[in-house]
Design a protein around this ligand. Structure first.
Ligand code: GLC
Length: 800
């Protein structure tokens, strides 16, 4: 099946294994993956570079990563090879030695929770499997070396892990103290990296805690190197360490210096003979626990089992939504990386990537709310945990801390008035998926006061606040900015059509919830609010063919056909008005056609038809510091672009919806890697457009709101399988040419085997559904408890 999906210059999708296989190491930029459990997180590039940390990337960094470096992904988890006869050396991850690619064979399998790098050079094949087991704060590098030459080979391997001095800021700024205070030592085969980390808040409040990290191997080392300067040598770098050149390990690991974990193993391999070495790099409580913690994974069978657990865990979670359609490209991305990326953002927010330093952003309120929407069925418990943190990031007046750091009890309020509107959407989605109505009654904190309130009370406070924060025309005020962070004109009271449409979606969700839990009076009150904003959007907010973007306090309009020097149309409010149900279908179709006409392009839809060219911080905002055609300034900002897929699906235009999905999806990017540059297998934040000098360049991959929305768009709107309070809604919006599709979906523990037939070749509309052979009215499969899989047949077609 996967063979029919075209291969790209640097790699291809292996559908059966849910992997992207990188076939050459010199990708346009490093291409990353995440290896993690609930505590330990490792970012790893296709040549093994990247940071790692435990729990909190600000305080507990284990492996160092030099941002803005050349090459980008240094240092890494290297495994050097050395031929002790020829004195030649290279690296099993290609980097950092960068052996001539014409002379070596390389492959990196980017998998769910692992990377497997295979490298062959001069008759020696190495394979390193990198992964993080689920039960320990460590990463495993599982190396097998095979002699595929015809000669006996005398070899050495040298591992390389460069330790950071824990606190990310300390590591960067405290250049004198950090290395001087390092307490590294070599003990019984382990390099122990230890030093005091100041987890206090400043000079007047220091709080030193001693941390321990280690690097250890399953086989007894022949020698070791515990100090970076001694290993690399003066005026050299990781590419040509003096120890690799001479073949003589230093056996030096003493306090005061830059600690590394480097173990040498020396051995002989006959032709066809293999050797396996398992390295562990991790965090321990103290010296003793270095040895107790690492005992389990010195054992090969335990490592094999742990790897299968990681793989099996992902297979199970991603297998809760598995689709087979006539479109192999759609299937390969939706069954693997669309879900995988959304699973990462829902847990990592914007914390750490090759663009995010892991310090500055904490948990973004609006981002994390949206991040939960895509993969709730895969990670309901994680979702609940994060949603609880978000609920507790509300102030007593219902406003949200735009960024919060729950581990450090830090909450930063910033006045983005869209924030509090997101929560209801997320909480309702959680209850729909899990049926956990009890959550509404849980009593959670507010920021800064002792008194707690139920989750439901929190939600009402958000809605009340939104209602209060209305402007002159009665629409929702923007505050500092709405979803578009950089459109921040400074007049907090300007009105945002985007936030107004968002309010309608949020209120609609709340109304549905309140109806289910039976609070009639509240329904009426919320309905009135919804109706009022709906009306205002279509009067004050309407520009004739589309919605305006912002109404300034002095009456000027952002995004209007009357504008000459600035944009006439902005993307964001248009698809949201469709989601909000505030516009008639006929009008909406014309509106989205206009969006396509003015904003549509090969990569998706641009944020606006004309970017800002003149710096104007006071009147427009920080979007004017961005070059025209990138980021929020008129690029295809993928997060917003993906809303068009949802909106078109809602209108039943399945062909358009799919076309827009394809513009943005991974298989498309895979065919233009040199222009796209960043990982093709996951979505990135934006794609540059004219007048920027490159059209189609991607930046800021992995941790973007696009992740969740591509999952929502494809799974919940194109395939149309949505969890609702009373069951599973099947409401596909597909290309008319599809004869149907097959879907497996696990919903509240029950596996539904759903066959959708489309004999009349419609894009939307379900004629009838049979559940276990019994015909039901409508397109909602009612939830009922059972342990057995349930067979469902859905027949699409015109309603009579
Ligand atoms: C970034 C931010 C997100 C914001 C978007 C548009 O992705 O993380 O919060 O909505 O930019 O400005």
């Amino acid at each position: 099946m996967q063979n029919r999906i075209a291969k790209g210059k640097y790699g291809y999708f292996d559908a059966a294994r849910r992997e992207y296989v990188i076939t050459r190491p010199d990708t346009p930029r490093p291409w990353y993956n995440y290896l993690m459990n609930d505590s330990y997180v490792a970012l790893i590039s296709n040549t093994s570079g990247g940071v790692s940390y435990d729990k909190d990337p600000t305080l507990y960094r284990l492996l160092r990563y030099r941002y803005q470096n050349v090459p980008y992904d240094r240092p890494g988890r290297y495994v050097y090879m050395r031929d002790n006869n020829s004195d030649e050396y290279w690296s099993g991850c290609w980097a950092p030695v960068h052996t001539d690619i014409a002379k070596c064979k390389y492959e990196c399998r980017v998998g769910t929770g692992y990377n497997i790098i295979t490298f062959t050079y001069k008759g020696i094949k190495t394979q390193v499997t990198y992964f993080v087991p689920q039960d320990r704060q460590l990463e495993i590098w599982d190396l097998t070396i095979t002699n595929i030459s015809k000669k006996v080979r005398h070899l050495s391997t040298f591992s390389y892990a460069e330790f950071a001095f824990w606190g990310a800021m300390r590591d960067l700024l405290n250049i004198d103290n950090c290395p001087n205070m390092s307490l590294q030592e070599y003990m019984k085969g382990a390099i122990i990296h230890s030093s005091y980390n100041d987890i206090g808040t400043g000079l007047d409040n220091m709080n030193f805690v001693r941390h321990y990290g280690y690097h250890i191997s399953s086989e007894k080392p022949y020698a070791y190197n515990g100090d970076r300067d001694h290993f690399i040598g003066n005026y050299r770098d990781e590419r040509n360490p003096i120890v690799l050149e001479t073949g003589k390990s230093t056996n030096y690991c003493k306090t005061g210096g830059y600690p590394i974990g480097c173990l040498e193993h020396r051995f002989t391999l006959r032709p066809s003979q293999s050797k396996r070495i398992i390295y562990q790099t991790g965090i321990a409580k103290n010296e003793k626990s270095v040895f107790t913690d690492s005992r389990k994974y010195k054992n090969h069978a335990n490592v094999d089992r742990a790897f299968m657990e990681v793989k099996g865990g992902w297979d199970e979670r991603l297998g809760r939504f598995k689709v087979k359609t006539p479109d192999k490209e759609f299937d390969v991305v939706v069954n693997s990386f669309v879900q995988y990326q959304a699973s990462m953002t829902m847990r990592l927010s914007r914390s750490i990537s090759s663009y995010e330093w892991g310090m500055s952003r904490g948990m973004g309120f609006r981002d994390s709310c949206q991040d939960q929407l895509g993969m709730m069925q895969g990670f309901p418990k994680h979702a609940k945990l994060i949603i609880s943190c978000l609920v507790e990031a509300l102030y007593p007046d219902g406003s949200a801390a735009h960024n919060s750091y729950p581990l450090r009890n830090r909450y930063d309020r910033a006045g983005f008035y869209d924030d509090h509107n997101w929560l209801a959407i997320t909480v309702c989605r959680y209850i729909k998926e899990t049926g956990d109505f009890k959550f509404l009654k849980e009593r959670l904190k507010y920021v800064g006061i002792k008194k707690k309130g139920t989750v439901f009370e929190h939600l009402l406070k958000c809605n009340n606040l939104a209602w209060k924060l209305r402007g002159k025309n009665g629409l929702m005020q923007t505050g500092h900015a709405d979803w578009n962070d950089s459109l921040n004109p400074g007049d907090m009271e300007s009105e945002s059509t985007f936030t107004s449409a968002l309010f309608c979606v949020s209120t609609k969700e709340l109304i549905e919830l309140v109806k289910v839990i039976g609070k009639k009076k509240l329904v009426d009150k919320l309905q009135k609010r919804y109706d009022t904003i709906k009306k205002l959007l279509n009067t004050s907010g309407w520009d004739g063919t589309w919605y305006k973007r912002m109404i300034r306090t002095d009456g000027r309009i952002l995004g209007s056909k009357r504008n000459r020097s600035t944009a006439k149309i902005f993307l964001e409010p248009q698809p949201w008005a469709v989601m909000a149900g505030v516009i008639s279908v006929g009008r909406a179709k014309k509106m989205l056609d206009a969006v396509e006409k003015y904003l549509g392009c090969e990569d998706g839809h641009r944020v606006m038809d004309k970017g800002f060219d003149v710096f104007d911080m006071d009147d427009i905002g920080s979007v004017t510091v961005i070059p025209n055609g990138i980021k929020e300034n008129a690029s295809v900002f993928n997060h917003a672009s993906s809303w068009m897929i949802v909106a078109e699906a809602m209108l039943g235009r399945g062909d358009k919806s799919m076309e827009y999905f394809k513009r943005m999806c991974a298989t498309t990017k895979n065919m233009k890697p040199d222009i796209h540059e960043v990982e093709p297998y996951v979505a990135c934040q934006y794609i540059s457009q004219k007048p920027f000098h490159i059209v189609g360049r991607g930046r800021n991959s992995w941790l973007t709101g696009t992740a969740s929305w591509m999952a929502v768009a494809s799974m919940q709107y194109i395939i149309g399988c949505r969890a609702e309070y009373k069951g599973l809604r099947i409401d596909p919006s597909i290309p008319a040419k599809w004869k149907g599709f097959y879907l497996e979906r696990v919903f509240r523990g029950i596996r539904y085997l759903i066959t959708v037939r489309n004999p009349q070749h419609v894009s939307k509309g379900v004629k009838y559904i049979k559940v276990s052979g019994v015909r039901i009215d409508g397109n909602l499969i009612p939830y009922r408890k059972t342990t057995k899989p349930i067979n469902v047949t859905v027949v699409m077609g015109m309603q009579k």
